[in-house]
Design a protein around this ligand. Structure first.
Ligand SMILES: NC(=O)c1ccc[n+]([C@@H]2O[C@H](COP(=O)([O-])OP(=O)(O)OC[C@H]3O[C@@H](n4cnc5c(N)ncnc54)[C@H](OP(=O)(O)O)[C@@H]3O)[C@@H](O)[C@H]2O)c1
Length: 312
């Protein structure tokens, strides 16, 4: 009997990749819902649909991601709370009632970015990304492991952290996956955000020089790679809990644009600037590299970027 898998937010950047990947595996019977199917914050209607569906696994890729909009606008903040805190709260409680496995996603933005260097156990988000040689000659890595303590800096980050806490508190069989800077095919809806890379390509083609922030370092996550890593995690039988699954390689916005322009052969000068050059309502962590200490590392972001550019 195939497992009944329900994907929420199935037309978003990640949801589309999850839907494609699981649909071709006969071990799963996939149902995919997005806004046009049901408003997932209307819990009476959504709850009735969920009960009728009787899934074995629910992957929740629906979320509110407008980081700056919800910082500045109370109505938007309320929407962010409904999707990023109340929906996972509802799903976590339902997962126990109905007995399904819950997979939920969170963000590197739950961390405050004020790290001091500490020795790493194994693996990391990076293949040589954030490694430094310690005085003993052993490799140390700077970044947030899965059990690091969050300390959100913005309203958006607070809502994502609140979502993490309700899943941990109420669900029993859950995977809580943190990622950082998702890129891939844009979501289907007209409001869907385009990838940072597409915006930077356009800028590189139309401007004489491009200024890019060099004072925030984190990882990038290619949506098809995260979908694959999510599937492997579900099938692994690994312990329930928090996982970090970005592509390997900690990098700043500036460094990643250098890589992008190298790959496509764009010679437009790139000027590194501090984040104060682009004032935004929501504060970002300066350093939010996620360390993956539990699962096999995902491939380096450079390789994923190459594939993204070929598939575009
Ligand atoms: N994007 C990033 O850089 C990033 C970084 C860190 C973590 N994450 C996390 O990764 C996960 C996937 O993100 P993503 O970028 O793939 O998200 P996304 O593209 O914004 O997709 C979310 C989907 O959920 C739908 N949705 C929103 N509100 C809904 C509602 N009330 N009822 C039904 N459907 C609704 C959206 O429809 P509409 O488009 O019509 O609203 C959209 O199709 C999320 O948990 C996100 O927080 C993302």
């Amino acid at each position: 009997m195939p497992k009944k898998l329900l994907i929420l937010g199935s037309q978003g950047m990640l949801g589309q990749e999850l839907s494609k990947l699981f649909a071709v595996d006969a071990a799963y019977a996939v149902t995919a819902w997005d806004r046009e199917d049901v408003d997932m914050t209307d819990f009476a209607v959504f709850g009735a649909r969920l009960e009728a569906e009787k899934p074995d696994i629910v992957i929740n890729a629906a979320a509110y991601n407008a980081v700056d909009l919800c910082e500045a606008d109370d109505a938007e903040y309320a929407k962010a709370l409904a999707l990023n805190r109340d929906l996972p709260d509802f799903l976590a409680k339902k997962s126990v009632e109905q007995g399904f496995i819950l997979v939920h996603y969170s963000s590197d933005y739950v961390f405050d970015g004020t790290l001091t260097e500490s020795p790493m156990k194994t693996g990391c988000c990076g293949g040589g990304c954030c490694g430094n040689k310690g005085s003993s000659g052993s490799t140390t890595k700077l970044g947030y492991a899965e059990d690091a303590l969050p300390n959100p800096l913005s309203r958006y980050a607070e809502t994502k952290y609140a979502g993490e806490r309700v899943v941990q508190e109420h669900a029993k069989k859950y995977y809580l996956i943190r990622l950082s800077k998702l890129f891939g095919k844009a979501g289907v809806s007209p409001e869907a955000k385009r990838s940072f890379f597409e915006i930077m390509l356009e800028a590189g083609q139309s401007k004489s020089e491009v200024k890019v922030v060099d004072s925030e370092k984190s990882c990038f996550t290619y949506a098809p790679d995260l979908a694959q890593a999510t599937k492997e995690l579900i099938e692994s039988g690994d312990a329930w809990g928090i996982y970090h699954l970005p592509n390997s390689g900690g990098v700043t916005w500036y460094q990643v644009v250098q890589e992008l322009y190298d790959q496509v052969g764009l010679a437009t000068p790139i000027i590194p600037v501090g984040s104060e050059a682009f004032p935004r309502p929501a504060k970002r962590p300066r350093y939010s590299v996620l360390l993956n200490t539990k699962r096999p590392p995902l491939r380096p972001y450079q390789e994923a970027l190459r594939e993204f550019l070929q598939e575009k």
